[in-house]
Design a protein around this ligand. Structure first.
Ligand SMILES: [Zn+2]
Length: 378
């Protein structure tokens, strides 16, 4: 159940109750693509850095180790030894972006695995069956994420098909949730709004999916090549047509600034690979801007990555030491950087929630954006 606790303009401070516990929003979902955060980060670490919810990837887990294997092992929660909420994406995004040689039909998509080239078919029913086997808390509807440069008629056709697929996802999820073999019989389903940068298609699609009484609503197909201004505009135009009494999720977005802008426009859930991916390359987020630890000026720098940060890296180690580990390709260097960046994102969300609780989000957002932009040369 979703409950709004506080509002400031379009920004919402809410909580979302699930069978795996309550999520306080706005929230950042830590991305564990193949049932692990890339960068040697385990469940103990995630507990330490304030992670509320993880995201795992349906397509990747279907290809390896196989969702039937995860089902036999008791589902993702047991497999990963993580008892808090998990959201699984539908596999749609990877089918359309990773897999080779695909063919889109009304029934679903035929494609080749990016691991071993074998032929796979995935449609709405298959995506729901895989996610049911994984037994995540929240399943995402199977959709097509149309290329951002696709023309209007392509996008309209694609969105129409995605709407028909959503009805099939809902029916299949209801069927699966009643089966004896199903591990999580309370699995939730979020629908996904598409329409590239065509705001009328977005709005029309939002109205159609809003009528379907789903557990939550995502905005997909953004941050795929359009400008930030186009993205903010689409969010602003679309969110008002999604149900007010359900959580909203902006998929795959983004930078700390993108998140602050998303919260301001009414988004509850975010996910992004930036903190772990950038961390693995020594690019670190701080409230004074981003730093690149490979830069020579940190060679003798005994300060932590960010002064005052309570993450496991900053509580103990210096920039100079972590820089040395990264340069020597020692795995610990990468791990410490990923931990810092994930902590930064989770902590940012905590500060956002506190600011909303106290009715000072607008001031907090302004202060953070200025501080992050001003400090690049630290
Ligand atoms: Zn830190």
């Amino acid at each position: 159940m979703y409950k709004i606790l506080k509002q400031e303009g379009a920004a919402k401070r809410a909580e979302f109750q699930t069978v795996h516990g309550t999520v306080q929003t706005p929230v950042f979902m830590n991305v564990g693509t193949i049932a692990a955060i890339k960068g040697a980060v385990g469940t103990e670490d995630l507990e330490q850095i304030g992670t509320q919810i993880q995201l795992s990837n349906t397509y990747h887990l279907h290809v390896r180790p196989g969702d039937e294997i995860v089902h036999k092992l008791g589902g993702l929660h047991k497999f990963m030894v993580w008892d808090k909420p998990i959201l699984t994406d539908s596999g749609g995004f990877q089918v359309f972006s990773l897999a080779g040689l695909r063919k889109i039909k009304e029934e679903g998509v035929y494609f080749h695995s990016h691991i071993d080239g074998r032929k796979i078919f995935m449609g709405p029913e298959e995506s729901m069956q895989i996610q049911s086997n994984l037994a995540s808390t929240i399943a995402m509807a199977f959709d097509e994420c149309a290329p951002s440069k696709a023309d209007r008629s392509y996008v309209q056709n694609s969105v129409d098909r995605t709407a028909r697929w959503l009805a099939r996802c809902k029916a299949e999820m209801q069927r699966l949730n009643q089966l004896d073999r199903t591990i999580n019989k309370n699995q939730l389903l979020f629908g996904i709004n598409q329409g590239a940068v065509y705001e009328d298609i977005r709005i029309d699609h939002a109205k159609r999916i809003a009528e379907m009484d789903l557990d939550g609503y995502a905005i997909g197909g953004l941050a795929v090549g359009e400008t930030h201004e186009e993205m903010y505009h689409i969010i602003e135009e679309t969110v008002p047509y999604l149900p007010k009494d359900k959580p909203t999720y902006l998929m795959g977005v983004g930078t700390p600034a993108n998140i602050l802008e998303g919260v301001e426009r009414g988004i509850d859930f975010f996910d992004c690979v930036y903190p772990s991916r950038n961390g693995r390359h020594g690019h670190l987020y701080t409230k004074f801007g981003k730093i690149n630890l490979f830069n020579a000026k940190y060679e003798l720098d005994e300060r932590p990555i960010e002064e005052g940060c309570q993450c496991p890296a900053c509580r103990r180690y210096s920039r100079a030491y972590i820089r040395h580990l990264l340069k020597a390709k020692e795995m610990l260097g990468m791990r410490l950087c990923v931990l810092h960046n994930l902590y930064f994102y989770n902590h940012l969300m905590e500060e956002i929630r506190n600011a909303l609780d106290e009715g000072r989000f607008a001031a907090y957002k302004k202060e953070m954006l200025e501080s992050m932009a001003a400090g690049e040369q630290q």
